[in-house]
Design a protein around this ligand. Structure first.
Ligand code: SF4
Length: 734
């Protein structure tokens, strides 16, 4: 008689009848996992799997990537162009030509009446790089508004600004392989297991093979903090104080790398002078970390052979986000931890192609990190595109967060939103709603018809998404990887590149500028423009990227000609003395004063509101909210609340509560947990009309990125739990 396992029915994996696998790069986060999508014999995407030979993910995918094929026929996709006279009227289907003509005519009407910059364009980190480049050419070379930005201002602007201030250019210097060489890792405001699960797996895999201490700095006991050797639950908004105190100890105990500082940096004296004020005793009173722990962490970091720092939104989304990034860079520079294996300061980017927009969209300047403020850069791009350089503005225009203020004041009258949803993603929704209502004309170009922002559109342009299009994306470690079209956009929806080219034709009546039709032609144009630049991609082609599953820039035509096997050239940047991007090749050490300007808890609003992400959802859930396999994990807006705080307020597990800030309110379910301290709640930001009803979102002075994580609220237990459940249903929309 047979017992045990041999008698059990084996687990069967459903046969999806895949007949062909096609390659793409995941379109959710910036990890950049290589993915294969399985098609059945009708050509329908039915399955997803990680690519075993890809260096980034080595066969793995997270919960989002593994169900990514389901989004092609998810609910709410835009399938036909729509138009209407006013936003209270019903949309009517329109032919593409009519919709495109209307967008062109309204842009020119508004510009003619109110000036070139009275029409704004806000794009995204979700499109493909060739699309960003084309939109940049259209905006800078033909439309001519300077109020052009991306939604990346909401996630990565502080990293960009901090890199530029410290190193003279944007561009993350390290790579994932650094986890395999580091002797110490500090993670600032980054919950890798939920935000970037496959980077977390790379880190954990490296740590298991070659142990190194992990220090996590986060006000909340995140999943990463649970894995930490040392967790520093810093007081919200005080990271710069902690950074200054760490520098103080390093200088005080002579642990700095004097040779590296002399060869590679300027302004050490002003940094020394500022951090001298921040002895750990004084710092501890502000940042909430005891002086002994500050000293231990400073010694651990400075004495490590190679020490690495990573960060995400806990640093960037702050009133001093840019300073926080500079503070991280200061620590790396004074200990010689840039450009060497295991020694780096690596911003973990947000959206799948936030890097692509930073490099090529021309939002904050001109292609490939060229600056509007630099006459030679304006001259070079003008000549290359066939545009009079005088047509370009001489400094960058408004950031996305300032564009809505300018709509409020009437300075901006028209808006074109591309793959972004400010009615969900910007802080203080009530204020944004009033701005949107004031627009004379709004065009929304998106793959989903049912976004909150589409309610304010006069024209809706249905676009393709992810692998319905061809092109490349750049991930967090500067790896450019390819996405191939594996299915067509639904109905009459078109790839974004097609839409940009059609609009360009309407502005480009003399054919003065060239707008190629295919992503491969555009990529080779970009390669030409990149020659000799920091982000040199001239040795890359779509075919090469597909074959090797991505190459890190720089990878030049010379490297290709020398037969250098990619990605050797681009693992790290700033690897040699004097290679930073300031004219003298040195980085800047920057003294950081602490400015305490956040909204903080008080008697009326006694809790910190801390917002963040869950592993199963992506941003505003316009995708994952409709995929059952993702949405079922957390379909309900909820808060984490400390059990003692809940007890004091009479709140039990799963009670509905009302969160109230000075802006508005939201109804959520309460989940008591010791992950948060007694004076803080954590609210995932994904849910419809919820977190951003409450946030204040003061702006960083350099990056103009909002402080999503530092607002004050109070909590009210709802007496009628049935009514509360109904109100909560509204926020579960999709
Ligand atoms: Fe996609 Fe990011 Fe998950 Fe990788 S970690 S599968 S890139 S969502």
């Amino acid at each position: 008689m047979l017992f045990g396992r041999s008698k059990r029915n084996p687990i069967k994996i459903a046969d999806k009848a895949v007949v062909k696998w096609k390659t793409a790069t995941c379109g959710y986060c910036s990890t950049g996992c290589s993915i294969e999508v399985g098609l059945n014999d009708a050509g329908k995407p039915v399955s997803s799997r990680g690519v075993g030979g890809a260096d980034v993910n080595r066969g793995k995918l997270c919960l989002k990537g593994i169900f990514e094929h389901e989004l092609f026929d998810s609910a709410g996709r835009g399938t036909e162009p729509l138009m209407r006279g006013a936003i209270h009227e019903a949309f009517q289907p329109a032919p593409w030509d009519a919709a495109l003509d209307r967008v062109h005519d309204e842009i020119r009407r508004i510009q003619n009446q109110h000036g070139r910059d009275s029409f704004a364009i806000v794009s995204t980190g979700q499109m493909l790089t060739e699309e960003f480049y084309t939109l940049g050419k259209l905006t800078r070379g033909l439309i001519g508004t300077n109020n052009y930005d991306g939604n990346t201002t909401l996630c990565m602007a502080s990293a960009v600004s901090g890199y530029k201030r410290s190193f003279g250019s944007d561009g993350p210097p390290g790579c994932y392989e650094d986890f395999e060489h580091t002797d110490c890792l500090i993670a600032w405001g980054s919950n890798l297991p939920e935000q970037h699960p496959i980077i977390y797996w790379r880190m954990k895999d490296a740590q298991e093979k070659r142990p190194f201490p992990l220090v996590v700095i986060d006000p909340r006991v995140t999943m990463l903090a649970q894995n930490a050797d040392i967790h520093l639950a810093v007081t919200p908004g005080t990271d710069v104080v902690l950074m200054n105190a760490l520098c103080h100890v390093i200088f005080d105990e002579g642990l700095e790398d004097a040779r590296y500082i002399a060869a590679n940096t300027n302004d050490i004296e002003s940094l020394r002078e500022e951090v001298a004020k921040w002895d750990p005793v004084r710092a501890a009173r502000i940042c909430g970390i005891d002086e002994d722990t500050i000293r231990v962490v400073a010694r651990l970091f400075a004495k490590a052979g190679a020490a690495m720092q990573i960060w995400t939104m806990g640093i960037n989304q702050s009133t001093h986000g840019s300073d926080g990034v500079v503070g991280i860079n200061n620590l790396a520079l004074i200990t010689g931890n840039i450009g060497k294996p295991g020694g780096t300061s690596l911003s973990i980017t947000g959206q799948c192609n936030a890097m692509g927009t930073r490099e090529w969209s021309s939002c904050s300047g001109l292609p490939n990190y060229r600056l509007l403020e630099n006459a030679q850069d304006r001259e070079d791009i003008g000549k290359f595109w066939g545009v009079d350089p005088e047509f370009f503005p001489k400094k960058r225009g408004m950031f996305q967060t300032d564009i809505y203020r300018a709509i409020e004041t009437g300075e901006i009258k028209g808006l074109w939103l591309i793959a972004t949803n400010p009615m969900s993603s910007l802080p203080n929704t009530a204020r944004i709603r009033k701005s949107m209502e004031k627009l004379e004309f709004c065009a929304v170009q998106d793959c989903y018809r049912d976004t909150e922002s589409a309610q304010y559109a006069h024209a809706f342009l249905p676009a393709g998404t992810w692998a319905e299009k061809d092109g490349v994306m750049t991930n967090t470690e500067r790896r450019v990887n390819v996405v191939k079209q594996l299915t067509k956009p639904p109905g009459e929806a078109k790839p974004d590149l097609w839409i940009f080219n059609q609009i360009a034709r309407r502005f480009n009546k003399q054919n003065a500028l060239n707008f190629p039709d295919t992503a491969t032609e555009i990529f080779s144009e970009m390669g030409e423009l990149s020659k000799g630049r920091l982000a040199d991609i001239s040795g890359m082609s779509h075919a090469l990227l597909e074959r090797v599953h991505g190459v890190q820039w720089p990878y030049s035509a010379e490297q290709l000609a020398r037969g250098e096997t990619p990605p050797t050239g681009g693992k790290r940047i700033y690897t040699e003395d004097g290679t930073f991007r300031y004219p003298d090749g040195k980085a800047k050490l920057i003294a950081l004063a602490f400015v305490d300007n956040n909204e903080v808890p008080d008697e009326a609003f006694p809790f910190w509101l801390n917002t963040g992400r869950l592993i199963e959802h992506w941003h505003g859930r316009s995708k994952t909210g409709k995929l059952a396999d993702n949405n079922k994990y957390s379909p309900i807006p909820f808060i984490e609340i400390n059990p003692d705080a809940a007890h004091e307020l009479g709140i039990k597990a799963d009670d509905y509560v009302r969160l109230v800030s000075r802006r508005s309110d939201a109804i959520v379910m309460a989940k008591p947990t010791h992950r948060v301290p007694q004076n803080m709640i954590f609210l995932p930001f994904h849910f419809h009309d919820c977190a951003n009803r409450l946030t204040l979102g003061l702006l960083d002075p350099y990056s103009r990125q909002p402080a999503y994580k530092q607002s004050a609220i109070r909590i009210e237990l709802l007496v009628d739990q049935v009514e509360a459940a109904k109100a909560s249903m509204e926020m579960r929309k999709f």
